[in-house]
Design a binder for this molecule. Structure first.
Ligand SMILES: Nc1nc2c(c(=O)[nH]1)N[C@H]1C(S)=C(S)[C@@H](COP(=O)(O)OP(=O)(O)OC[C@H]3O[C@@H](n4cnc5c(=O)[nH]c(N)nc54)[C@H](O)[C@@H]3O)O[C@H]1N2
Ligand SMILES: Nc1nc2c(c(=O)[nH]1)N[C@H]1C(S)=C(S)[C@@H](COP(=O)(O)OP(=O)(O)OC[C@H]3O[C@@H](n4cnc5c(=O)[nH]c(N)nc54)[C@H](O)[C@@H]3O)O[C@H]1N2
Ligand SMILES: [Mo]
Length: 908
């Protein structure tokens, strides 16, 4: 702590802290100085250009902008002299006149300050203003309310690094522009809404008019239901509806949000929400090859009472259990639900169904990364939070597209790059983040070749950290042998990256003081996904880039609670905290706690379950909060399996493709309609709090799981999620120090945390690994080509993934009006040259066929897609990408190869 600075404020002797501005010090001493262009929040620089915060400093000729001026020892500052007050009043009066669109004091700080000063109207004339720009579905711009304070520019550039908003013109003609003066709707705006939150006058505002505060509004602190970043959000509830989402100062978002978190909540109020229990009508055929569009799906069902639906749901399972045993039943739980729900779901399957046939979307996601991490370092989670990038010198980002999929993490990477970190991006497709670093577009499916070439360089150029290896790492000699022949020169052709560049990157990564690796689905979703992750782990281990600030291994987790759902045992081979189901002592511990017998046989994984359903081995399924008819590979096969089931119970919020194949549909709650804990990619356990009630007769997932459990004979008696969480803590050492009360108070605590009074550990493995020996294990990886490569008949390599505005299968975001308005149609992205060769132009309709299925959709020109590649997002039911994909699995992680299959594209 530096010494406080003594100064005088309005005649009182007071102190400021080192670095504090006059505005900040005055605020701390209870004096709120008018301010418009200053936002006292992390990331916002004070510019002092609105002049509303002027104060008098004794002995100085001019007034000082208090938001910028640091307090100095001995200063004599007055905020209350007539001169200072008149100056501030004049500023506000002129701004009032300049910007007549500021009439609502609940939205405009200019109007609010004017009211505060007793300034009813301005004596000056108002200039004419440009018309409002309403071209964007999420954000409107009203020039007549803009005071050109520049806060939106700082929001867009400094805080989010999106660089869309700028000033144009000079003096009195200065105005805000988007890109080159484009309409907002045609600009490169990604609608993160940071500018809306920063704007002090409502010139930039949400397009929906309900955002202005009203009396009776409730504010509820919670998190975001979309991705694994886990942004903390404050929701405004009005008359049973959510009307606004604003970023809170959570540890992973520091107020920032993306378009989904800020504008995507409306799905929860969509009229298509399921509000009544539904039972399939007798005679309504399950035709997996012909699932009707969403508005036609209700025809196959009739409404039922809760009692009838739940009885039927439970009886179906009981019949199969009695006749064929628990191994004929299976459950897919959800990474969208809370930890408590996921825990109860796996407990229900293991104790009531009597098998370990329980899995969830992690299998389609980072299952391979998890397999490699458990094997290599003894722990499946990230070794450091993504914010560690801010302290790194070199950041490798491979097979990940954070600007679309983890936008708030992308903002953090951009900040790191602006600070001077070297950002290296490996990906077959180009991406916008490349503006901040070096982009190396290598060939799809050649990750092992690429990383082995880096390992080769580091080893044979003597750049390893031998101390770290000697202390903490086994298997080094085998790795040396295994990568001996993987010279960058040999791998150049295969990967498409020059040997000299491979060598340079390897040297940069190894010799930097702090290097960190982030990866995503481009690494994990391959038949060699586990090998890809093994090679990345080796990179960090032989260079000692793990366990220190600014270093580590971070597989960016996808769903808001995929980390948590896995931690609490929603996987077929592990009980909570990754305790092996095969271990007798482990099972005995859980059997005692749960008062039940547990099967020692690991259950079926997601894709294996679909095979078993097709084979008639799995006969009954309980699917909660997953949409496998859209998200599983080779959807025709998956849908056929689901249709063949004797008994399918789906618990969802919409009548999804999967729900349409169900016998019983249980209408459930969205994230906003329940309370529970969620664990993000950084291992931060956070509170999600109920904001609104479920619509109609829909019920909370928690109640539904408990009700089914009771009907299936479980003697559970949980009053609420708090009691479930308490039980989890007794069985999971990793969260034993994180009590429910602590979470209520702090909103976010990182695990592992074993002491209620100490913070959790955000950086792991500085002094060894959680393996039997305390040492990590290097596992060499060899080349395995993708299972299905392009050939003459199917000449394009299809890669699938996501777009910024949509969530996975579209179940949640197609019904979110703003998001669907931005991205309404299915498209296949091709390089302009490839489009030319097809003899069509962008916007034309084409057929894309694989050996498993076909879809018809519109062509989108994208120079980021190399010529032989086609990219389709899997969010559109009208053209489901997974009708095309290959279900071939990685042998360790059991993850399918979503990132590579062969297709042909023909003009229609
Ligand atoms: N908007 C949005 N955000 C999301 C989601 C969403 O559905 N929508 N889903 C969430 C979930 S669950 C997840 S798992 C994450 C996923 O987030 P990401 O991991 O970013 O997922 P993808 O976009 O599928 O793939 C990432 C990148 O892998 C590249 N790639 C393709 N083939 C290869 C290859 O052979 N090697 C390498 N190295 N790269 C390759 C692709 O070009 C793409 O840029 O996103 C989360 N966030
Ligand atoms: N082709 C291709 N396929 C892929 C991938 C890919 O990159 N390419 N990626 C894979 C990956 S990484 C993932 S994670 C999976 C995701 O696959 P899924 O998990 O199947 O996809 P979602 O659309 O997220 O499904 C979530 C479902 O839960 C419902 N839901 C949302 N909130 C709640 C709730 O609170 N309660 C209940 N009961 N239901 C709720 C939604 O309506 C939706 O039906 O997809 C995988 N499939
Ligand atoms: Mo995922």
């Amino acid at each position: 702590m530096t010494n406080p600075i003594a100064f005088t404020l309005n005649g009182q002797a007071v102190t400021a802290e080192s670095g504090e501005t006059i505005w900040q010090a005055a605020k701390r001493h209870g004096i709120d100085i008018e301010h418009l262009c200053y936002k006292p929040r992390q990331g916002y620089r004070a510019d002092g250009n609105c002049r509303a915060c002027l104060v008098e400093v004794k002995g100085e000729r001019t007034l000082a902008a208090s938001c910028r001026r640091p307090v100095q020892s001995g200063m004599d500052i007055r905020t209350d002299t007539p001169r200072a007050q008149t100056a501030r009043r004049m500023v506000v009066e002129m701004l009032l006149a300049d910007h007549p669109g500021n009439t609502d004091a609940t939205i405009s700080d200019v109007r609010a300050w004017a009211d505060h000063m007793g300034l009813a109207e301005s004596r000056f004339a108002s200039p004419t203003q440009a018309d409002a720009d309403q071209s964007h579905p999420a954000i409107h711009f009203k020039p007549s309310a803009c005071i050109t304070c520049g806060l939106c520019i700082r929001a867009c550039r400094d805080v989010q690094s999106n660089d869309v908003i700028g000033f144009s013109g000079r003096g009195a003609h200065t105005r805000i522009v988007f890109d080159q003066g484009d309409d907002l709707g045609n600009s490169t705006c990604v609608a993160c809404g940071e500018c809306v939150e920063a704007c002090p006058t409502g010139a930039l505002r949400p397009a929906h008019e309900a955002f202005a505060p009203q009396t009776g509004d409730q504010k509820i602190a919670s998190t975001c239901p979309f991705c694994g970043v886990g942004c903390q959000i404050e929701y405004t509830e009005r008359k049973g509806k959510i009307v606004l989402a604003e970023g809170l100062d959570g540890p992973s978002n520091h107020h920032r949000l993306c378009v989904k978190g800020r504008f995507g909540f409306s799905y929860t109020h969509n009229v298509a929400r399921l509000t009544k229990p539904l039972i399939r009508k007798g005679g309504a055929a399950k035709t997996p090859a012909d699932i009707p569009p969403p508005d036609k799906r209700l025809d196959a069902f009739r409404e039922a009472t809760w009692d009838e639906a739940l009885a039927l749901a439970a009886d179906g399972f009981k019949t199969i259990r009695a006749r064929d045993g628990g191994a004929a039943l299976s459950g897919f739980g959800s990474a969208k639900g809370s930890n408590e729900e996921a825990y109860l779901f796996q407990k229900l399957i293991r104790t009531a169904f009597g098998s370990n046939n329980v899995d969830h979307c992690t299998r389609l996601c980072h299952a391979s990364s998890v397999a490699a991490l458990l094997e290599g370092v003894g722990s499946a989670a990230v070794t450091a939070p993504f914010m560690a990038a801010e302290e790194a010198d070199v950041i490798i980002l491979i097979g990940s597209r954070p600007e679309w999929n983890h936008p708030v993490a992308a903002a953090c990477f951009k900040t790191a790059a602006k600070r001077g970190a070297k950002l290296i991006i490996f990906d077959p497709r180009g991406q916008g983040l490349a503006r901040y670093g070096q982009q190396l577009n290598f060939k799809s499916g050649t990750d092992v070749a690429l990383i082995n070439a880096l390992l080769h360089t580091i080893i044979f150029e003597g750049l390893t950290d031998q101390n770290f290896i000697a202390k903490f790492v086994d298997g080094y000699d085998e790795l040396v042998k295994a990568v001996k022949d993987y010279t960058p020169e040999r791998m150049a052709d295969l990967t498409g990256i020059d040997a000299s560049i491979l060598r340079q990157v390897a040297r940069q990564y190894a010799t930097a003081k702090r290097s960190i690796i982030f990866w995503g689905m481009g690494v994990s979703q391959h038949v060699h996904g586990t090998d890809n992750a093994r090679a990345l782990i080796a990179l960090a281990l032989i260079t000692g880039h793990i366990g220190r600030p600014g270093t580590g291994l971070h597989p960016l987790r996808g769903q808001n609670n995929v980390q948590g759902a896995s931690d609490v045992g929603l996987i077929p081979m592990f009980l909570p905290d990754y305790a092996s189901i095969k271990d007798d002592a482990v099972r005995a511990r859980f059997e005692a706690a749960w008062g039940t017998k547990l099967s020692p046989i690991p259950g079926l994984t997601v894709v294996e379950t679909m095979d078993a359903a097709n084979a008639g081995v799995i006969k009954g399924m309980y699917v909660m909060g997953e949409n496998p008819a859209m998200s599983d590979p080779d959807a025709n096969h998956a849908r056929a399996g689901l249709a063949k089931l004797e008994h399918l119970v789906v618990q969802d919020i919409f009548l999804t493709e999967t729900a349409w194949l169900a016998d019983v549909i249980l209408p459930a709650s969205t994230f906003y309609e329940k309370t529970g804990t969620y664990t993000n990619t950084n291992r931060q356990v956070q509170m999600g709090r109920k904001v609104v009630h479920p619509p109609g007769d829909a019920r909370q997932d928690f109640d539904l799981i408990c009700n089914l459990a009771e009907r299936l004979g479980c003697a559970w008696n949980y009053a609420g999620p708090e009691e479930v969480y308490a039980e989890m803590r007794t069985l999971m050492p990793s969260i034993s120090g994180i009590s429910w009360d602590r979470l209520q108070r702090d909103n976010s605590v990182v695990y592992p945390c074993t002491d209620e009074h100490l913070p959790g550990q955000d950086i792991l493995f500085g002094d060894g690994f959680p393996t039997a020996s305390g040492r990590a294990r290097l596992v060499p990886a060899d080349l395995t080509p993708p299972d299905e490569m392009p050939d003459e008949a199917y000449p394009f390599l299809l890669t699938t993934g996501r777009v910024l505005e949509h969530w996975h299968t579209g179940a949640m975001t197609r019904p979110a009006d703003v998001l669907n308005a931005i991205e309404p149609h299915p498209t296949v992205s091709l390089h302009p040259k490839a489009i030319g060769k097809l003899g069509v132009s962008a916007g034309a309709h084409v057929k894309v066929e694989s050996r498993r299925g076909e879809v018809e959709l519109m062509v989108r020109a994208d120079r980021d897609v190399p010529e032989g590649l086609a990219f389709i997002p899997f969010c559109f039911h009208e053209a489901a990408a997974n009708l095309l994909t290959n279900p071939k699995l990685d042998p360790y992680g059991k993850i399918p190869e979503f990132k590579v299959c062969a297709v042909k594209v023909t003009a229609l």
